[in-house]
Design a protein around this ligand. Structure first.
Ligand code: HEM
Length: 415
């Protein structure tokens, strides 16, 4: 569907990229199996399993709301400790969202001071940055460059460390596994594996490698993305205080000081529009994830052979000037009608589209809403002393995802 919206000049770029990426070799660089880049039938089975189980362990249901609300409580405590002084939002936000995935995958959260946890979260974050680096992109096109690419050595080490740590955590869960009471995704995977093996199926997709990489991919895909979006939201609020005022006015009027819940979204149309507009403008996964055509296709006159690597440019939709009134400015009205009611927009494709659409969309949407409203209810965000709103830089730091450039904000308590 999104391919149809892409305009002519973008199509030309895609064709160019197709040629460049003909030798694309993601498997060699990052993930050899698991949900994200699983090949053949494996991805279908792993995706189906992950979707069902993540739903059971909280995604899109009451369970995830509880986990998110618990984590918000810890994040607020961390922000309060700064007592309104300037701090870098990156680490506290990253740790909070990492803990949501931890709770869903392992069945429990970690303390922010636990070195095992901070090591895993920091490493997952670094791996996303390395994956988007120019040298790794070059390696994807020309794998023979591998031995000369430092970032590749670093990325491979991160992946090996991640594999080792996940294996250790899985071992502990295995020792205490109770098939009647699954604590999270890992338990559920282990139970399925055990059941299949007991019935004589020793050759299923439920093997240790798929478990480790699925867990790694859930962390990789689910933390940096949500954390980065949330940080963009806070930065944009500090830069545009008149918009922050309107969000806070709506939250105070509708919720007062009570904890925001997922069901409040429909009564907070302005806040919802601000979150959507943040995702649209921040455009954090500009090139989505590379895909391969599963059959020959002809797109707007261009023939694309089966098996060709394709990079869908989400930017071309999220910032298409024929779809958005002011595509390059922060304008929450893009998602409001003349009665200030929230309106869905077909060109809002921050989570991509189609069969491989973001697997964590419903979780991410709930996280963004609950974190954003709870933080804005509690704090006023502003630039550090001596920095004006105009000085706050919206130039992204380029990687596999688009992060805000390093910055600090003040979170002044409103209560
Ligand atoms: C604001 C937050 C997020 C954004 C903007 C986002 C965006 C995306 C995008 C653009 C894709 C590529 C889809 C495609 O290939 O066409 C994707 C895939 C994926 N996302 Fe997310 N994502 C977010 C949060 C999450 C979360 C919280 C999870 C955790 C469960 C998650 C798990 C995944 C997985 C596993 C895939 C790969 C799906 C597959 O290959 O079948 N994402 N995401």
């Amino acid at each position: 569907m999104y391919m149809l919206i892409i305009k002519w000049h973008i199509i030309v770029n895609i064709i160019y990229l197709l040629i460049l990426h003909f030798e694309l070799s993601w498997k060699q660089t990052t993930f050899s199996t698991g949900i994200l880049f699983a090949n053949g039938d494996s991805w279908k089975e792993m995706r189906r399993f992950a979707l069902t189980n993540l739903r059971d362990f909280g995604m899109g249901k009451k369970g995830s709301e509880e986990k998110i609300l618990e984590e918000i409580h810890y994040l607020i405590e961390v922000l309060e400790k700064h007592e309104g002084k300037a701090f870098d939002t990156a680490q506290p936000v990253l740790y909070a969202v990492s803990n949501i995935i931890s709770a869903i995958v392992y069945g429990s959260r970690f303390e922010y001071t636990d070195p095992l946890f901070t090591g895993m979260a920091d490493r997952a974050n670094e791996s996303i940055r390395l994956t988007g680096s120019a040298s790794i992109q070059m390696y994807n096109m020309f794998p023979w460059l591998g031995p000369w690419i430092n970032n590749l050595t670093r990325l491979k080490k991160n992946i090996a460390d991640m594999k080792m740590e996940v294996t250790k955590l899985v071992r502990v869960l295995k020792e205490t596994l109770n098939p009647q009471m699954c604590r999270g995704f890992v338990d559920s995977f282990l139970v399925r594996k055990q059941t299949l093996e007991e019935s004589g199926n020793m050759d299923s997709f439920y093997h240790d490698d798929n478990l480790v990489f699925s867990v790694g991919n859930l962390f990789g895909a689910g933390t940096d993305t949500t954390g980065t979006t949330l940080r963009w939201g806070l930065l944009l609020m500090a830069k545009y205080p008149h918009i922050q005022d309107q969000v806070q006015e709506e939250i105070s009027r509708v919720l007062g000081s009570r904890q925001p819940l997922a069901e409040d979204r429909m009564n907070l149309p302005y806040t919802d529009a601000v979150i959507h507009e943040t995702q649209r403008l921040a455009n954090i996964v500009p090139m989505s994830i590379p895909h391969t055509t599963s059959r020959d296709v002809t797109l707007q006159g261009y023939f694309i052979k089966k098996g060709t690597s394709v990079i869908p440019l989400l930017t071309s939709v999220l910032q298409d000037d024929s779809e958005w009134e002011s595509p390059h400015t922060f304008n929450p009205s893009h998602f409001l009608d003349e009665h200030r009611r929230f309106v869905k927009r077909g060109a809002f494709m921050a989570f991509s589209a189609g069969r491989r659409v973001c697997l964590g969309e419903s979780l991410a949407r709930m996280e963004l809403f609950l974190f954003f409203t709870s933080l804005l209810q509690r704090f006023h965000f502003s630039p550090p002393p001596g920095v004006t709103e105009d000085d706050l830089d919206l130039t992204p730091s380029v990687g596999f995802t688009l992060n805000p450039s390093p910055h600090q904000l003040c979170a002044v308590s409103r209560v």
